[in-house]
Design a protein around this ligand. Structure first.
Ligand code: AMP
Length: 226
């Protein structure tokens, strides 16, 4: 079977992380989330983290050259031989072009881009109530998925915080950045015939089901059965 190179696309708060982790279990492919990689670097105070933090706190994107190297290294690794799931990358046209170039060098290409569609109003509701555990990044929501004890992570007992970039003015900035820089990728990938759109304003399980169905249909198509 050819390898499966997947990209999850959608605004911040559309559920890419939740769905990416589920696909990661289903498909047994490595899952690379640039936001998680960068937050880890900020926590560990590495050079990468130090240079990325100011952009992230403002809701801006970190420069393309920083992020492209990070991803290229992972895609080219042994664990990604059968494919990968990308979340949060690419986020700009130059990043998408760099990804295409890297894959082409390896005789591969993007197999599918799964767009999780969610409105701006829903993003503001979701991110504004999100609480993230300080130690390991476990995610809760004050209304939709509250922890058993307010302000404490159910899983590891560490404090739950509002991510700096989940503060209201930064959420608005992240959405503006998404529309300006990332949304052009919808037509970029649609033109290449790999875009699949999934309605994201539903229960997470329903979104997962639709993603599974979409991937199954794609597989049938590529096997020549449809
Ligand atoms: P996320 O968790 O995917 O929303 O990412 C959090 C923040 O990390 C973003 O607001 C950006 O500042 C930065 N970031 C993550 N992925 C990228 C990327 N592909 N290009 C540039 N900046 C990124």
């Amino acid at each position: 079977m050819p390898e499966l190179n997947l990209v999850l696309l959608g605004p911040p708060g559309s559920g890419k992380g939740t769905q990416g982790e589920r696909l990661n279990e289903d498909l047994r492919l490595p899952y690379y989330a640039t936001g998680d990689i960068l937050r880890g670097a900020v926590r560990d105070e590495t050079e990468l983290g130090k240079s990325a933090k100011e952009y992230m706190d403002r809701g801006d994107l970190v420069p393309d050259e920083v992020i492209v190297g990070l991803i290229a290294e992972r895609i080219d690794s042994e664990e990604a031989r059968d494919g990968f799931i990308l979340d949060g990358f690419p986020r700009t046209t130059p990043q998408a072009e760099a990804l295409d170039a890297k894959l082409e060098e390896m005789g591969r290409s993007v197999g599918a881009v799964l767009l999780i569609d969610v409105s701006d109003d829903e993003v503001v509701k979701r991110l504004g109530g999100r609480r993230t555990c300080e130690a390991n990044g476990h995610v809760f929501h004050v209304d939709f998925n509250p922890p058993k004890v307010e302000g404490v992570c159910d899983i590891d007992g560490s404090p739950l915080l509002v991510r700096d970039d989940d503060k209201p003015d930064v959420i608005r900035k992240r959405l503006a950045t998404y529309h300006e820089k990332t949304e052009p990728l919808v037509s970029y990938y649609d033109d290449r015939g790999v875009l699949r759109r999934v309605e994201g304003e539903r229960e997470p399980d329903e979104v997962t089901e639709e993603l599974r169905r979409t991937l199954a249909t794609m597989k049938l198509e590529s096997d020549g059965a449809v």
